[in-house]
Ligand binder design. Structure first.
Ligand SMILES: [Zn+2]
Length: 117
């Protein structure tokens, strides 16, 4: 199927009352897939959601890894990385992740207080 055929198929599904609404990734909000979204979604899912979040694909993929790795504190000391979770990062959105990573505050409570002192 080419892109046009995918869109036509999606439209006919929607017209037949078949919902495409679903949460496909934990992007922090309910997500509704439009028929015109299907082709880019199928082609590159990470890029598609990165665009939805207004982020670069690299940032979106980094956020997924951060969540999958247990939201690790970004502090790295002489003996390697910190093993604790970053403070207040439970349920963090991709945008919030990118913002806090850039300002260097994805830290556990111990390293965060050292950072802000
Ligand atoms: Zn730490």
């Amino acid at each position: 199927m080419n892109d046009q055929e995918v869109i036509r198929l999606a439209k006919s599904l929607v017209e037949a009352g078949i919902q495409l609404n679903a949460l496909y990734e934990p992007i922090g909000c309910m997500f509704c897939l439009r028929p015109s979204d299907l082709a880019p979604f199928l082609k590159d899912r990470d890029l598609f959601f990165a665009n939805e979040c207004a982020l670069d694909k690299a940032d979106y993929v980094a956020w997924k890894r951060f969540i999958a790795d247990g939201r690790p504190c970004m502090h790295t000391g002489a003996r390697g990385g910190c093993k604790r979770s970053a403070k207040d990062s439970r349920g963090i959105s991709p945008q919030e992740y990118a913002r806090r990573r850039n300002e260097g505050t994805l830290l556990c409570s111990r390293h965060l207080s050292a950072h802000t002192r």
